[in-house]
Design a protein around this ligand. Sequence first.
Ligand code: GDP
Ligand code: IMO
Ligand code: MG
Length: 420
Amino acid sequence: MRHICVVGLNWGDEGKGKIVDVLSSAVDVVVRYQGGANAGHTVYIGEDKKVLHHLPMGILHEGVAAVLGNGMVIEPRGLLEEVATVPASAVERLHLSDRAHVVLPHHTALDRAREATSDGDRKIGTTLRGIGPAYQEKSARRGVRLGDLVRPGFVEERLAEHIRAGAEGLELEEGAIEDSITLCREVRDRLGSRVQDTQSFLARLHAEGSRFLFEGAQGCLLDLDFGTYPYVTSSSPSFLGVGPGSGFSPRKIDHVVGVTKVYCTRVGEGPFPSEIDGAEAEALRAAGNEYGATTGRPRRVGWLDIPALRHAILLNDLDSFALTKADVLDGRATIPVTVAYRLGGEVFETFPTHAEDLSRVEPITEEWPGWGTISETTVRPFAERLEAATGIPVSILSTGKRRDQTVLLEPFESYVGAVR
Ligand code: GDP
Ligand code: IMO
Ligand code: MG
């Protein structure tokens, strides 16, 4: 086993950052292939909390190359601020795709304007980071890429006109264009030498025998095509997004591990069949500290959803599960798990395509064995039930937020053990 991919199986915030961090000690390169500052990936090193938005978690590991792939959309201020939080030497391990798109002020303004004027079914509850409009401009073949910023004269001579054209009819904040030009110039001057053809870079490292980890952002129920459209993000967070988002052939990836909490959360609008509310939800939100790492918004909470997981398993050609936040449900005699849906008089176990259907289903929930205090042994009856329901084994168990609160099972015990 050489190359691996870590994806979120729910609606994001599954604990991908922590899992990627743990596995990063075993690889040479960590690659982000989609999304941008909408992501918030957290790791605790001891009691020190670190949240990354653009940078792959591997950046925190000496000797690991960190690639921001062509499928990402990059916000200059956010990138510069994040780079300032890692050691200067880490910048030498950073590789920015010249094909990655740049999030500009008119994207953020459009994201805000749409969310402010939308209500009812039209509101998505985005992170307001300009993500959708940036991808929209990319698809319309009008975007600006990091590779443009480093071309002589582009920032000074062409960027303002580009933003003005894109902002037509929108109100930009006072000074937004000048600010953007300053920030893009800073990206060029400070990080220009790190902007490169990352597809060729990965091909070269692959030929040299390096081990790669692809770090998905968001979760596959937010996938633009296969998520709960239109309540989705504008990229492909699933394993299938690796190819277009990095230029590396997914055929070469040996193992896809999907991260799921033992319960479920969602931020923003959209259907969530197993959602709970009232005092029970408050208690779970407090126990799991379910507040967004990017926006601070309280996350909606509910139970693990097997039909949704099966959908994610198919989409990711999944090999194994990383189960996170099990400690949050410590002490429960049983764990509620949604195993099917009811709609009209019909019971089914599949995940409906249409968000309207999904919003109308009634969850059918079973009580699965609890674990008292979480450990590899005590979680076994629950894990076996999950494995039986999905056909997918558990390979990683996260028992707390810290790096060292992780149990690696096969194949990761050997994978990480080999380099320790
Ligand atoms: P990501 O976006 O998937 O990387 O997840 P986030 O970082 O947005 O949210 C996950 C939160 O859960 C973070 O605050 C993590 O520190 C925390 N976390 C991760 N794994 C565990 C775990 O096993 N137990 C507990 N209690 N917290 C965890
Ligand atoms: P990580 O990587 C959770 C959600 C937003 C909104 C929808 C569209 O930390 O798991 P966008 O700003 O992308 O246009 O918003 O997607 N969303 C996330 N939810 N975790 C994330 O990232 C998310 N990134 C976007 O809340 O519902
Ligand atoms: Mg997050």
